[in-house]
Design a protein around this ligand. Structure first.
Ligand code: URA
Length: 210
C-alpha cells in the first residue's frame, strides 16, 4: 500500500490543533477546517515548505497559501519566474498550476495565532518525511522561515544545529539536496521590510535554478 502522504481529516496527533479545527468547524461549517494537503505534482524538483495554513486563507480554502496574505507574494513570484501558469485568484478552483514545484507546510493544520508549538512541528514531521520521499526528482527545498528550515532538516535526518538559518543561504545536504533559506513571505515580514519582494524573488530564483 502507498504511504499516506496527507494526515487524515481527523488527525489526532495534536490535541490543541484538533480542538481548534473543531471550534472552527462549528463557527464556519463551509470552510475546509482540516489538514491542508500539498499543492503541485509529484514530479516536482523544487519543494516549497511554508509554516502552517492561515486561519482565513489555506484553512478556509484547502490549498496552501491560497487566500492568505502571504500567498499574494508567493504566487505572484512563482508566476513571474515561470514556476506557475494561469491566474492566481485566491481560490483553489482558479485553475492555477505549478510547474516543476510543489508547495506544502511544515505543520498541516492551522494553529491558533499562526504559531505552531515545537511539539506540533515535530508531530507533523513524518508527513514531511513522506512528502520528500514521494518526490523522485527533488533537487531543492525552499524553506520559508526558521521553523520550516528546522522541520525540513529534521525530515532529511539532519540536525538543525548543524545548519544555521540565514536568508538566502544554501545548505548542501549529504543526499545532494539543496536547502535554501528565505524569510517567510508573511504580512509582518513584508510590511516591516524584513523581506522585500525583490529579496524574495532572488531566493525563489536561486532555489529554482538549483
Ligand atoms: N499559508 C500557508 O499555507 N502557509 C504559510 O506558511 C502561510 C500561509
Amino acid at each position: 500500500m502507498a504511504p499516506m502522504l496527507d494526515p487524515p481529516r481527523d488527525c489526532p496527533l495534536c490535541p490543541r490543533l484538533t480542538a481548534f479545527h473543531a471550534a472552527n468547524r462549528r463557527a464556519h461549517p463551509d470552510w475546509h477546517n482540516a489538514p491542508v494537503p500539498a499543492f503541485g505534482g509529484l514530479d516536482a524538483s523544487l519543494l516549497i515548505v511554508g509554516l502552517a495554513p492561515g486561519l482565513k486563507g489555506a484553512n478556509r480554502t484547502g490549498r496552501p497559501f491560497t487566500g492568505d496574505y502571504a500567498g499574494d507574494l508567493l504566487y505572484a513570484t512563482l508566476l513571474k519566474l515561470g514556476l506557475a501558469r494561469g491566474d492566481y485568484r485566491q481560490r483553489p478552483d482558479d485553475g492555477l498550476t505549478l510547474i516543476g514545484c510543489r508547495i506544502t507546510n511544515a505543520v498541516r493544520c492551522v494553529p491558533p495565532e499562526n504559531k505552531p508549538t515545537p511539539a506540533e512541528a515535530k508531530a507533523c514531521g513524518p508527513f514531511l518525511v513522506r512528502e520528500i520521499a514521494a518526490l523522485p526528482k527533488l533537487k531543492a527545498i525552499l524553506v520559508l522561515g526558521r521553523i520550516s528550515h528546522e522541520a525540513s532538516l529534521r525530515a532529511l535526518g539532519q540536525k538543525p544545529s548543524a545548519h544555521v538559518f540565514g536568508h538566502g543561504k544554501i545548505h548542501v545536504l549529504p543526499s545532494g539536496i539543496r536547502l535554501i533559506d528565505s524569510y517567510h513571505c508573511s504580512r509582518y515580514n513584508t510590511q516591516t521590510n524584513r523581506l522585500t519582494p525583490a529579496m524574495f524573488e532572488t531566493a525563489v530564483r536561486l532555489a529554482a535554478e538549483l
